[in-house]
Design a binder for this molecule. Structure first.
Ligand SMILES: Cc1cc2nc3c(=O)[nH]c(=O)nc-3n(C[C@H](O)[C@H](O)[C@H](O)COP(=O)(O)O)c2cc1C
Length: 191
């Protein structure tokens, strides 16, 4: 069993981001060979990075960092769910990533993004560059929700379709494959 952690990158009151996060979490929960956790950065509530020593040295001094490190250490695979703010991903997600280093290393990640015409594609392109720097393996496949506001029902709920569900299942299957493969590789590296 691998641990998949789905991180919701938007922290705004009234955010749309919690909808696609909950949606993909519910799909993953129904799949076998996987433990799933939804991580809401509002609840994690990290301050702006305030550790005195860079994370690659793995010498944390603050309680919130030690707690966050434990959460991410336990993971074998990730889905980052991000809005697009000024053609990039959310500052809350960048801050949460920057806190740690080794905890992200050699783990696969995929993405769900949303926004206007580009559906958050530019945000994910930036995230892929960051993923490379923290030695993550970014999957080619991602889910984009362009002009998401055109697809809400009268209650403001996004109407996911069969194609979205199929993409999500394909991504989660790939994350299980790479999550297991990279878990073994990490164990081999640690020997
Ligand atoms: C600061 C800010 C910048 C934004 N910039 C973009 C952008 O560059 N591209 C885009 O598609 N949407 C942009 N938007 C619109 C967002 O896609 C939309 O507000 C979305 O609901 C934000 O996600 P959230 O509700 O989960 O926070 C921006 C929104 C904010 C608040």
């Amino acid at each position: 069993m691998i641990n998949l952690k789905i991180i919701s990158g938007s922290t705004r009151p009234g955010r749309f981001g919690i909808q696609p996060t909950t949606w993909i979490y519910n799909i993953a929960k129904e799949m076998s060979d996987i433990n799933v956790e939804l991580i809401d950065l509002v609840e994690v509530n990290l301050p702006f990075l305030n550790e005195p020593i860079p994370p690659s040295q793995n010498k944390y001094s603050l309680e919130h960092t030690i707690k966050w490190s434990k959460v991410i250490s336990e993971a074998d695979a990730f889905i980052f769910v991000t809005p697009e703010y000024n053609h990039s991903f959310s500052p809350a997600l960048k801050n949460a990533i920057d806190y740690l280093y080794l905890e992200w290393n050699y783990k696969p990640v995929s993405f769900v993004s949303y926004g206007s015409l580009a559906g958050g594609a530019r945000a994910v392109e930036h995230l892929r560059g960051v993923a490379g720097e923290i030695k993550m393996y970014d999957l080619r496949e991602q889910i984009l929700l362009p002009n998401y506001w055109e697809n809400l029902n009268e209650k403001g709920e996004y109407q996911f379709n069969e194609r979205h569900v199929e993409s999500a299942k394909g991504i989660i299957k790939d994350l299980i494959f790479w999550g297991e493969t990279m878990k073994k590789a990490r164990e081999a590296l640690a020997k």
